[in-house]
Ligand binder design. Sequence first.
Ligand code: FAD
Ligand code: UDP
Length: 379
Amino acid sequence: MKYDYLIVGAGLFGAVFSHEAMKAGKKVLVLEKRNHIAGNTYTEKIHGINVHKYGAHIFHTNSREIWKYVNEFAEFNGFINSPVANYKGEMYSLPFNMYTFNEMWGVTTPAEAEKKINEQREAYHIDEPSNLEEQAISLVGEDIYEKLIKGYTEKQWGRPCKELPSFIIKRLPVRFTYNNNYFNAAYQGIPIGGYTEIIRKLFEGAEIRLNTNFLDNREEYEGLADKIIYTGPIDEYFDYSLGRLEYRSLRFESEVVDSDNFQGNAVINYTDRETPWTRIIEHKWFEKMGLESSSEGCLDDGKDEKKTVITREYSLEWKPGDEPYYPVNDEKNQELYNKYCDLASQNNKVIFGGRLGEYKYYDMDVIIGKALELAKNEF
Ligand code: FAD
Ligand code: UDP
């Protein structure tokens, strides 16, 4: 065999695994069907601003080891994600915290906020929340549910909140402190220079073929290596022989605006049902927040302070051929995925990894952890 490992997909999972494999003296070949590396973490410089081409990516983790690992490949700034919700022109702090409760009800203490939420919860007589609507009302009351959750969630998932599982909302913090940090994470930031640079460094020394779809020529590629790490969709690898897994898809509309400040924050969520997009990202604030008046800032070569790049994000029902972004982890799809796993376990040569290979919505820190774990098992 010419290579020890054939790695399908030049995203974060493939990059970390490749790096570790090369460190262990293995020879790898990487195939990527897109015309660039870095998968969905890909950033591209436009007017000196690192634009997150596949949606906002904020690195956050509670793992010291993973934070240390990723810092070997980039310096991180101190960005803390604090999105703001726009409900028909009313602005609210996120995640739900004392600032939000004050903006919504004028309350100023945790006791007042809890009293207000309890009153609204009791009016609904919910003992054990059985869907997202009940879960949301139990956590934050009816007013916040109606203005900040219902419209956004129904746009995001394309289904009524009553038909969605409650766990979706559980990952959002609810705090009785004045704290707008969106994540409960010990470490957080944006890599200075963009994510693509991290992935480029991880792949240093690897042979990479871009614009190359493994499935177009699978027999030939399979013959090139002892083992295959497959980070594409698991159902596609098996020619959908057991049926198709479902996803939610996204559409990104980017625009260069002649202004130095379009919306005053990196992320604004539009939480009403009528606005067609779910959020607008203003990319420069991932790198410049806290450095507004500094002449140096973080915008590097090609910087043009009079321009800003924004992206509107729309959530779409996925259909075959669309880019798969969010796995739909309901029972039906999970059952189908498990059947694909049974098929996969009969094949010793191929290992499925990453967000699409494992059909799970993994954050970047989890992906790094999974790829390191696999590398440890392999070498
Ligand atoms: P991918 O990045 O999808 O890489 C897989 C690669 O395989 C792709 O480049 C694809 O083109 C390629 N491929 C597939 N099939 C084939 C084939 N047959 N032949 C060749 N190549 C193939 N995580 C966070 O931690 N923080 C965030 O703020 C955050 N925000 C996100 C926002 C959005 C909108 C999305 C969609 C994800 C977000 N994530 C975030 C998650 C993050 O993107 C993932 O954790 C990470 O990108 C997963 O890496 P991966 O290598 O598994 O997958
Ligand atoms: N959510 C909401 N209003 C908001 C932000 C989030 O109702 O302003 C809900 C929504 O159901 C979403 C879930 O919380 O799917 C998780 O939010 P998160 O930001 O983690 O979702 P992401 O878009 O990053 O997957």
